[in-house]
Design a binder for this molecule. Sequence first.
Ligand code: NDP
Length: 477
Amino acid sequence: SSAQIGVTGLAVMGRNLARNFARNGYTVAVHNRTPSKMRALVEEFGGEGEFVPAETPEELVAALERPRRVMIMVKAGDPTDAVIQEFAPLLEPGDMIIDGGNAHFADTRRRERELRERGIHFVGTGVSGGEEGALHGPSIMPGGSAEAYASLGPMLEKISAKAADGAPCVTHVGADGAGHFVKMVHNGIEYADMQLIGEAYQLLRDVAGYTPAQIADIFRTWNTGRLDSYLIEITAEVLSHVDARTGRPFVDVVLDQAEQKGTGRWTVQIALDLGVPVSGIAEAVFARSLSGHAGLREASRGLAGPSARPLGEKEAAAFADRVEQALYASKIVSYTQGFHEIAAGGEEYGWDIDEGAVAAIWRGGCIIRAVFLDRIRSAYDARPDLPSLLADKGFADEIAAAQDDWRAVLVAAVQQGVPTPGFSAALAYYDALRADRLPAALTQGQRDYFGAHTYKRTDTEGTFHTLWGGDRSEVEA
Ligand code: NDP
């Protein structure tokens, strides 16, 4: 029994994580329900490090040093429960089960509780970066106990991505489901980022009249500045790609119906439960679902729109600069919303989440990695109790500088009939937060009128009701 870690579930993610551990000098016991995948891994990549092939769960467990660390990389949901049930009876108090799948954090909380009763540490761990990340260094978001992290953390730090300053992209996020919660919000932010980039592309195409290849160049330029990020980089790659079959831009031959696996939807569902306005993420989820309603879109194709007025060459270049401002400002808002959800989740579930540390581990390895995250980290480092990213002077100043262009872009979008739900939701959030007065006062009046739901006053303490059906005098409720 000499392996430091066992990995069960050797599809793309598990296989690459196992290889990553082995390449970093760890002895890795490997197991898969269908053993042929395990044998193929050892045959193909056995030369990369020390693997211990295990045909059965018993063999995997027998191969591990104590405390045992069993990492599960199988399909999220019922399969994860099935595999936990298989392994838990083979383990002893002090051993660890690490779930690196995309579990819902509520499931992780339940599993952690059940296994804790048996003395087994359950470490629900977010892993981001896709299969390449798993192999070369993902961003890792582990939850679970501090005791488990003390034993597991150094290994995760070794295999994780490293930020530009060399810091490993892993931190102990918090107890039980905190890691999977933060991974969920990461994916929600990823949805919003992708939606905002999509809107920028559509505006450059429809309002400015640029071709996909020209837009790819614009994104490449943006990628040398404050928007420098993995998603902007791959956007340029996708936009410049030409379809071999037709010779047309690849983006023009792909069916425009976006799919989703559910983590964006979870982010919004939980935000609704927590009462956190993540309007940008919600619009991104809705935009994907709208795109998929083929029948509804077909039935709506004849609806009237404005007459398009494409810009001249000079105007187009100026417009592109404005779109960059709008994209950046909207991005600040969408991260503001995502971090609000993380703070609210931490409050609700009693996790002591360090938002700055979360921003720091997203700087490398994961899909939303970006120079921008360093700024967020600094904002939280400067002020750990920052109530909102918009309260950071640096971000507030940048939005102040961007807002005229942001508004102008939205005016153009509305006039030309280009849908920009992400940009619009971000601006509405910004304008609502900075408003002196909101129509919520009117809402309260309406609620009091039809349902005697009462209201508070700006000028005095207490709860009041107006006798709307009577003489309209005010009574204390
Ligand atoms: P899949 O989600 O496609 O899962 C396939 C693996 O699950 C196989 O090893 C399969 O075994 C095993 N499995 C399925 N059902 C059972 C069961 N009932 N009992 C035992 N084993 C079972 O694999 P991925 O590698 O894509 O993802 C693994 C996990 O990582 C998932 O939870 C996923 O959400 C998450 N993830 C994936 C990312 C990605 O980019 N793909 C990124 C980050 C996380 P068998 O070979 O026998 O069928």
